[in-house]
Design a protein around this ligand. Structure first.
Ligand code: OAD
Length: 250
């Protein structure tokens, strides 16, 4: 598919007119930064594990050392990565229009690309948190295998500051995403399989309220049939193409 297919004139017009845009991103926007998506086969050391085996409250309480080793491996991978042209295009767009950015990603790459007020719906990979006393702080990227960090305040076992599989989404993320999808007139769903709830519900909610729904994903997803525009391509190419198509009108 070529750039023209990604920038149909009615969509560009719609983007120009939009008063408020909500964006939900998923693992696909970081794929071109070299971060494996969840439904890809993970490479290397951890390829034989499913995240569901390592990142549940049950797995963590039974064997925090293995879960911590896995999260530190992910921290190292993300620390060595860089935001890509898709992250940069969204950061640039946010300086031009009112744009609420919600991400399911815990990699922090939107913030590193310069986006502001990012709602990190599933938390942040680099945060250590204490469920016992509420402490939170930046955690170690590397440590010896099997190291389990303890809270500097109360000495309880620290946990990664991410939402584990099966846990509730924190209230502030839920209310920010609800407000964004209630108030937008255009919703962009980028690089997500739209299979994990409640994150996947916000695009459906915005569409039901009358917002224009735009999906950016090289693959068909459960959201595709609902989309007014399904832009079939990688985010790092589609988003800069959209930004460039908007440029002459600004
Ligand atoms: P997935 O790994 O489920 O899906 C990634 C999506 O990105 C797929 O639909 C791909 O087709 C698409 N994709 C791949 N490469 C792309 C590219 N270059 N540009 C655009 N799209 C591309 O990731 P998510 O939907 O983000 O939750 O997963 C949602 C949640 O599932 C994650 O946040 C995580 C996991 O359970 C928690 O950790 C709580």
């Amino acid at each position: 598919m070529n750039d023209l297919d990604w920038t149909p004139a009615p969509l560009i017009e719609r983007l120009r007119q939009a008063q408020r845009i909500a964006v939900m991103t998923g693992a696909g926007i970081s794929a071109e930064s070299g971060i494996p998506t969840f439904r890809d086969d993970a490479d290397g050391l951890w390829s034989k594990f499913r995240p569901e085996q390592l990142a549940t409250p049950g797995a963590f309480s039974e064997d925090p050392a293995t879960t911590w080793d896995w999260y530190r491996w992910r921290r190292q991978k993300v620390a060595a990565a860089h935001p890509n042209a898709g992250h940069a295009a969204l950061a640039a767009l946010q300086t031009e229009v009112t744009l609420d950015l919600i991400t399911q990603n815990v990699d922090g790459l939107h913030l590193r690309a310069g986006s502001t007020d990012v709602v990190e719906f599933h938390g942040n990979l680099f945060e250590d948190r204490c469920d016992a006393c509420g402490y939170s702080g930046t955690g170690a990227v590397a440590a010896e295998a099997g190291f389990v960090p303890h809270c500097p305040r109360c000495n309880a076992v620290l946990r990664p500051g991410v939402v584990l599989f099966g846990e509730m989404i924190p209230e502030d993320g839920l209310s920010a995403a609800t407000a964004a999808s209630e108030s937008c007139d255009l919703f962009l769903s980028i690089g997500t399989s739209s299979q994990v709830y409640p994150a996947a519900s916000f695009a459906e909610f915005a569409k039901a309220r009358g917002a224009t729904l735009v999906e950016v994903n090289p693959e068909y997803t459960p959201l595709t049939p609902l989309a007014d525009y399904a832009l079939t391509g990688p985010a790092a190419e589609v988003l800069p193409a959209l930004l460039a198509a908007l440029a002459p009108h600004r």
